[in-house]
Write a protein that binds this ligand. Structure first.
Ligand code: AMP
Length: 341
């Protein structure tokens, strides 16, 4: 046991100080690792204040991460990716990073490119919202989404080509997708798939709290029209959810199908935390409109308590801690190559 503890302690868990870093670092500490927060100058306060980082490395910009590779390797660091990585680094920069990295870096491009993402979800046999190839095809409410993890900023709704072109003014040049807008309850399912046990776990669920769409209901319909409001989906926070229990078998089937399909896309496929973003219709059909192939910020609520992980583990088990536990198990059983790809 002593040897195992020593092996664990020789590694540090490092991540960029944003998105879900608090729970990643706290979880790593709970599992006995040393922790490093890599912070953009001026953004280090939370990581100091919440005592989750044994060390803080300050960079001018998050995109400077490749410049501190040597420093990180000198500390035997393992990087944990989250939503900020794809926002600040290119796929190539992520694949070229010479620092051990939890997860399969090749799978992130299947998340970033929405066309490839759709191919993946289709392969998994999931129900997806219709895609309109051109604005002229729009014949029902549609949501226009820009590529990359922008947190929904700039997304807009249009019911016709005319409305599309009006709202697209000033946004030209950015790659986008036009998707059918599905009316129903948006629910984001958070999973963890272990390549060591070959088991899929449900971690938690959330819904988003977005500006301004979540405050429009506080204004009378007449005033909404008078004010000429446009909806926007800029994320400001996350709200916890437990789902109707009879929906769980379907949730598990969808997660397993996505993992299975991922193995046909890239060697090692998808493993670790991931999320399916769904809308559930009144007929209780799941429409999956997006996949995140890494930890999502919707898991941030569940650092200390969570009904689903409590059922399985009987102790606080955030997604961040679950990642550290996987790394610890891999170290102790000599299978690190299975989780650092
Ligand atoms: P996203 O950034 O893709 O998670 O989407 C931002 C917001 O738009 C979320 O609140 C979603 O619930 C909503 N949304 C995205 N796609 C759809 C869709 N096809 N139908 C209905 N709502 C959607």
């Amino acid at each position: 046991m002593e040897g195992e503890a020593e092996a664990k302690m020789t590694y540090s868990i490092a991540t960029l100080g944003s998105h879900s870093a608090l729970q990643i670092l706290k979880g790593a500490k709970d599992e006995g690792f040393r922790t490093i927060a890599i912070c953009e100058k001026g953004r280090e306060k939370p990581y100091k204040s919440f005592r989750v980082a044994d060390e803080i490395i300050i960079v001018d910009k998050f995109s400077d991460l490749p410049k501190i590779e040597k420093q990180l390797n000198g500390k035997n660091a393992i990087l944990i990716p989250h939503g900020t990585y794809t926002g600040v680094l290119s796929q190539k920069e992520i694949e070229d990073l010479k620092v051990p990295y939890f997860g399969n870096r090749k799978i992130l491009k299947w998340e970033y490119d929405r066309t490839m993402q759709r191919e993946w979800l289709k392969k998994a046999g999931l129900t997806l919202p219709k895609i309109f190839k051109t604005p002229e095809e729009i014949d029902r409410p549609a949501i226009i989404k820009f590529f990359g993890a922008h947190g929904g900023k700039g997304f807009f709704l249009a019911k016709s080509a005319k409305e599309f072109y009006e709202k697209m003014e000033g946004k030209k040049g950015k790659p986008y997708m036009i998707q059918e807008y599905v009316i129903g309850a948006p629910i984001y399912a958070h999973y963890f798939y272990s390549p060591i046990t070959d088991e899929l776990e449900i971690m938690s669920f959330d819904k988003r709290y977005e500006s301004n769409v979540d405050s429009i209901g506080r204004i009378a319909a007449k005033d909404q029209l008078d004010m000429g409001l446009d909806t926007s989906y800029n994320i400001t926070g996350n709200v916890p959810i437990v789902v109707r229990e009879s929906l769980l078998p379907k949730v598990i089937d969808m997660g397993e199908a996505v993992v299975k399909a991922s193995k046909t896309l890239e060697k090692h496929g998808l493993f670790g935390p991931f999320s399916l973003e769904t809308v559930i219709t009144p007929e209780l059909e799941f429409y999956v409109f997006e996949i995140s192939a890494r930890i999502v910020a919707g898991t941030n609520f569940y650092i200390n308590a969570n009904p689903y992980t409590d059922l399985r583990y009987g102790m606080p088990m955030s997604t961040g801690r679950r990642i550290a536990m996987e790394i610890r198990t891999a170290i102790e059983s000599n299978q690190l190559d299975k989780v650092l790809v």
